[in-house]
Design a protein around this ligand. Structure first.
Ligand SMILES: [Zn+2]
Length: 74
């Protein structure tokens, strides 16, 4: 997967967040894969060979967690 630079993170998040209850960019989440706590706004975006884009853990590519692996930090 290839990382994509996102200039407007709020807009990207609004357009691509897959679930109904969208967190704010300043909310903290815990990634189930790497167990780190981070701000939602630090997300990274990666694109696979088919052109699908994924909202990923800020620790990607070391961590393979994506937005579905994020849980409330406390
Ligand atoms: Zn992670």
């Amino acid at each position: 997967m290839k990382e994509i630079a996102i200039t407007d993170k709020q807009k990207y998040f609004d357009d691509h967040f897959p679930f109904e209850e969208k967190p704010e960019l300043f909310d903290k989440k815990r990634c189930l894969h790497c167990d780190n706590v981070f701000y939602v706004g630090d997300f990274k975006v990666f694109k696979n060979k088919s052109g699908d884009e994924f909202i990923c853990c800020p620790n990607a590519p070391e961590c393979d967690g994506t937005v579905i692996d994020w849980f409330p930090a406390d």
